[in-house]
Design a protein around this ligand. Structure first.
Ligand code: GDP
Ligand code: MG
Length: 297
């Protein structure tokens, strides 16, 4: 299985080097695409330097900050065009531990086409969060779950693995939500497209370096979208239609499994070499510059 890890970055100069090195150790055969929105702190140049050192790392440089959702849409399209079998999404701020990627990928295959790293199933955790943040995040997830009927505990989690097959069935260009709304919408669309969803436990660590880019606007957008889809479901049900209902009555829940010793794929081959890609970069190392905290999800 060829795996592409899509890493959206905006102002992650203080984290990008560490996350790329940890990714390579945890998943030696995975290819990485950093999608950077012209971060003024030089994140893209730092990523390119690490890419030069480690190989199999591409940088997609976009002209300006266009949002997390748009970065993932473009990253997925990039991976689909190059024939990757699976795509992992994760934050580049070390909130998501690259060591969990093999566990995210393990259930993928067959009818399971989306695996979500969950903080809210047994084994999952958010060690540093204070009670009010836990309550807010949990309440948002319970609300979304109740309205969408998905039986998923962590719809806003941004640590996931998708099969290329389900990404091909989703009209990525039609997805407009950003931030948390993007994560919820992707899970909802995947379920509507017939995917079976699974959750594996993850430990979410608050970022130490840099600052969160999530705003109140993204939280409001997510709540509004969930409410809208919930209303559509109720209306459709009232009209005797079932099209709006996602097809997951009881998604598979996979409990924590033994630590992975072998890499996800062992052949080390990728569909194309990095230098074949438009936007592929090999540049000399640039000096790191520190940046600055997190809302989580
Ligand atoms: N390319 C790109 N990446 C973004 C943008 N906004 C956030 N990110 C990245 O998306 C990931 C999640 O954002 P973060 O601010 O950590 O959100 P939080 O974990 O919910 O606080 C991080 O790797 C960010 O650098 C954006 O507009 N464009
Ligand atoms: Mg984060």
């Amino acid at each position: 299985m060829s795996v592409l890890v899509v890493l959206p970055t905006y102002q992650e100069a203080a984290n990008i080097g560490a996350v790329l090195h940890r990714l390579r150790s945890a998943c030696p055969s995975a290819h990485v695409l950093v999608v950077d929105d012209a971060s003024p702190d030089g994140t893209a140049d730092l990523a390119a330097a690490v890419g030069h050192e480690l190989g199999a790392i591409d940088i997609l440089r976009r002209p300006g900050k266009s949002g997390l959702g748009s970065a993932y849409r473009e990253g997925f399209a990039w991976g689909l065009a190059r024939g990757f079998d699976a795509m992992v999404e994760m934050d580049a701020d070390l909130s998501h531990d690259p060591a969990s990627i093999p566990e995210l990928l393990r259930p993928l295959g067959g009818s399971v086409e989306l695996v979500i790293g969950s903080r809210y199933i047994p084994g999952g955790s958010i060690p540093q969060w204070k009670a009010h943040r836990r309550v807010l995040s949990r309440a948002g997830n319970v609300y979304a779950d109740a309205l969408l009927g998905m039986a998923v505990t962590d719809l806003t989690s941004g640590f996931r693995a998708y099969s290329a097959s389900v990404l091909r069935r989703i009209d990525l260009a039609a997805i407009r939500a950003d931030g948390y709304g993007f994560q919820i919408e992707m899970a909802y669309r995947a379920a509507q497209a017939g995917a079976e969803l699974a959750e594996v436990p993850i430990c979410f660590t608050d970022r130490v370096e840099g600052r969160s880019k999530m705003s109140l606007r993204t939280i409001v957008e997510a709540l509004a979208l969930v409410t809208w889809w919930g209303l559509l479901r109720v209306t459709a049900r009232g009209a005797g239609r079932t099209l709006q209902s996602p097809r997951i009555e009881s998604p598979a829940r996979i409990d924590r499994v033994a630590p992975v010793v072998s890499p996800v794929a062992t052949d080390g081959t990728f569909p194309v070499s990095p230098s074949d890609h438009p936007g592929a970069e090999r540049e000399p190392p640039a000096p790191a510059s520190p940046a600055n905290r997190s809302t989580g999800g």
